[in-house]
Design a protein around this ligand. Sequence first.
Ligand SMILES: [Zn+2]
Length: 143
Amino acid sequence: MAKRGGRVHDPQGIAATAVGELVVDCPACPHPGRNLPEDWQDAPDSEQWKYATMLAVDANFKLKLKDRGFEDVELAPGWSYFVENEAYAKHCNNYVDEEEMKHCDSLFAAVDHANMPSHKKYCVNGVGAAICARHCFYRKSGV
Ligand SMILES: [Zn+2]
């Protein structure tokens, strides 16, 4: 992956790879400076929809992984589609006792299920992903 991303020619080495640098960006989605007209920001409001990035986000909170004490080594920490593990764990520590938000009559209760005592033995209790809604390309650090 690093070879195909052109990382072997960097004088600072592979360790200098930035977050999401090895991702294949959706070539059809709008990228300023790459595939948009120079004056795309001056387009009338009725045409701004053409330059919007449309994302689809979904998650599966029934996907589980038991904590068996394995020391998992990241081979490409945050370089492509998965988030960098250490930064993600640090972020999650800010939401350990999060309560379920009840904005509607939905019975999903995904956060409540994740916080159940029987689920404490899992090191993973759900996976979410963000993709380009038009062309189905996964986003940088989108999983
Ligand atoms: Zn796209």
